[in-house]
Design a protein around this ligand. Structure first.
Ligand SMILES: [Zn+2]
Length: 87
């Protein structure tokens, strides 16, 4: 009887790695999901990708290689664009 109810704290209750929301996995067996919903998983995935990209860029710079062009801060680009004459 208690097996069928999906009460919080009953069986395996997980906490979302992204938003921290407690949730019950749809299946008791198999791989345990880390996020309560797809959007959370997507956000966490994107954040990880960004972190890896930044880490890779830092690693490149510490290795002594020339910095990537896209590493120029947005403010510098804006300043340059503002000084250009308008048509
Ligand atoms: Zn979540």
């Amino acid at each position: 009887m208690t097996e069928e109810t999906t009460e919080p704290g009953g069986r395996a209750q997980l906490k979302c790695d992204w938003c921290g929301w407690p949730f019950t996995p749809p299946k008791a067996t198999g791989r345990m999901p880390r996020y309560c919903r797809r959007s959370c998983r997507q956000r966490a995935y994107e954040a990880r990708q960004t972190q890896e990209a930044v880490a890779a860029a830092v690693l490149r710079r510490t290795k002594g290689q020339p910095p990537v062009r896209s590493a120029v801060p947005a403010g510098a680009e804006l300043e340059g664009a503002e000084s250009l004459p308008l048509f």
